[in-house]
Design a protein around this ligand. Structure first.
Ligand code: FES
Length: 569
């Protein structure tokens, strides 16, 4: 016998409650037959004018609705909190878990049978998926899609990546302020997310490789009519998923996560993917640890997109997009179910590459062994990460003297001082930017190169912190050091003048200070007073897990799939 629809508990009853649920919905002009027991599909939308990357989602929502109606469902769009990466302070990451709570409770409280997640900007994709995973209805993703390539003076310019480059060039006196300001309008010239392989396009690529969206979802430009058609087809498919009883948990299995890790390496994807995948796995009840990311250590870099390469997402789309990369990875891919009900290998069937300078073949890759490296040692007992594909080869094995910034304010106030006692061999250390310390773990790990060194032509140095970095950023940057300084991790004990050893290939990050000295420093250490004492930020500080656990809130891990039985009236 078929499982009764979840929505029947809201709209299928001929009593006072059924009257109330239906009658108020009818004020929008829905006819009786919308409540005849057909699947009710929630369209969970993070559209907002304060999240410019998601500004195209209203159009896509309408296309999803067309597909839902066509397949015999009843679409209902609802808003959730939106997170505009470039607009929010102190950092959008502080609110990823709040979005996840909003999504989870909205899905659970309303009488819907399946969900289409419309997201794109960095934290919206993982936040929506985390919330949806904790309710576990049939769920599918439509992403915003990337902006068209940025253009300035006849050249392609990439979101984020070129901002960092231009701003360093201005500091070095190599670019005028007028040119810098001029590039601003050419960089973001259509709806969509950052068109580099930053966090948004990384997460969209991983979503596709996990089988959580239809094929080609990640790379189709936001304004490409084919994305609107894909949204329509997604609307049709979610109705079928409800009929087939295909919940999200069947697609959030360990092999799906492993395929995401493989794709992240091949795409030169964002370091942020690590915290997001760990947090999502925690919701889904999948055992995933930093160690699992080592399965991709030998996966080469295939996608030649900024920040690890030179092209942009529009080029990636025209070259074949994620299906073409999956075709290259076919030998490594795990068997894993997708929203289409079959195996992920089907996403690569018939895929072709149309530009080998954008998507390299596995046997002649752009860079060998490009996967993120997990680092451990007495400076990061619970781990840290580095992205070798965006780093300087000569710095990946290095021993140097630390220069410590106690917090972000200290760094900003002193980094450009002519008296700063640093050279190109110095290792810059930044404390107080982990999940609890900032709070929210901002993207400041790629701290600027000190001006006196920039002026001498230095463009990269080793930087170590408990922060994250933007997916569009580059450099030899050690991130997510766990435990963070504010939680009393060894990072809190580092002092200027100490020696640090990094060996990225061997996975080592050590502080070369003897145990007795470290014990004395620990005895004298006191945590900084928390920056926030009320509201959501306080809740976050009190409950956030460390980076190696995905920085979710401890009480949000896991799921609750019980039916909602209590009535409101
Ligand atoms: Fe929104 Fe990059 S800032 S995707």
């Amino acid at each position: 016998m078929k499982k009764p629809r979840r929505s029947a508990a809201w709209y299928g009853k001929n009593d006072k409650d059924g009257f109330i649920h239906r009658s108020w919905m009818k004020n929008q002009g829905f006819p009786d037959h919308a409540f005849d027991g057909r699947p009710i599909i929630g369209i969970c939308n993070t559209w907002s004018e304060l999240t410019p990357c998601n500004s195209g989602l209203r159009v896509l929502a309408e296309a999803v609705k067309r597909g839902v109606w066509e397949a015999g469902g009843f679409p209902v769009e609802f808003p959730v909190m939106s997170l505009g990466e470039t607009q929010m302070k102190p950092t959008a990451m502080l609110f990823r878990n709040l979005l996840a709570m909003d999504v989870e409770e909205s899905i659970r409280a309303y009488g819907i049978d399946g969900v289409v997640l419309l997201g794109g900007c960095d934290k919206t994709t993982p936040g929506q998926l985390m919330g949806a995973a904790s309710v576990d209805l049939p769920t599918i993703v439509v992403s915003s899609g990337p902006m068209l390539n940025g253009k300035y003076r006849g050249q392609d310019i990439g979101s984020g990546t070129d901002v960092w480059k231009f701003s360093e060039a201005v500091r070095a006196g190599e670019m005028t302020l007028k040119d810098f300001m001029g590039a601003e309008s050419g960089m973001s010239r259509s709806a969509g997310v950052c068109m580099t392989m930053g966090t948004a396009s990384t997460m969209a690529s991983l979503v596709e490789a996990m089988g959580l969206s239809l094929p080609t979802n990640a790379a189709l430009p936001a304004v490409d009519a084919r994305r609107t058609a894909l949204a329509h087809l997604t609307g049709k498919r979610i109705v079928e998923m409800v009929e087939e009883d295909l919940p999200l948990s069947q697609i959030l299995q360990k092999p799906n996560f492993e395929n995401a890790i493989l794709m992240n390496a091949a795409a030169g994807g964002s370091t942020n993917a690590v915290v997001h995948l760990l947090a999502l796995a925690g919701r889904a009840g999948v055992e995933l640890t930093l160690k699992d990311f080592e399965i991709a250590s030998d996966i080469p870099l295939l996608v030649n997109c900024m920040p690890s390469g030179k092209y942009l997402m529009e080029d990636f789309c025209y070259a074949g997009g994620v299906p073409a990369v999956l075709a290259e990875l076919r030998g490594s891919l795990r068997k894993a179910k997708t929203v289409l009900g079959g195996d992920i290998a089907a996403y690569a069937d018939g895929a072709e590459c149309f530009n080998r300078d954008v998507i390299f073949p596995l046997d002649a890759p752009l860079k060998p062994a490009a996967g993120l490296r997990v680092l451990r040692g007495n400076l990061a007992p619970d781990g840290a990460i580095i992205k070798p594909s965006a780093a300087s080869e000569h710095l990946l094995k290095h021993e140097g003297r630390a220069h410590v910034f106690e917090n972000i304010e200290d760094m900003k106030a002193t980094i450009d001082s002519p008296d700063l006692d640093v050279d190109e061999n110095t290792i810059l250390v930044l404390k107080g930017c982990g999940p609890k310390g900032y709070p929210g773990m901002p993207e400041v790990g790629n701290m600027p190169i000190p001006r006196k060194l920039v002026e001498r032509g230095v463009r990269d140095m080793i930087r170590v912190s408990d922060a994250r970095m933007s997916g569009t950023a580059y450099g030899t940057v050690v991130l997510h050091v766990a435990p963070e300084a504010q939680a009393g991790g060894p990072l809190a004990l580092v002092r200027t003048g100490d020696t640090i050893r990094l060996d990225a290939r061997a996975g080592v990050l050590d502080l070369l200070v003897d145990e007795a000295e470290l014990a004395a420093r620990r005895a004298a250490w006191v945590a900084d007073a928390p920056h926030y004492t009320r509201g959501y930020a306080r809740l976050y500080i009190d409950h956030v897990l460390q980076a190696d656990k995905g920085a979710d809130l401890d009480f949000l891990v896991g799921k609750d799939t019980r039916p909602v039985t209590r009535e409101s009236h």
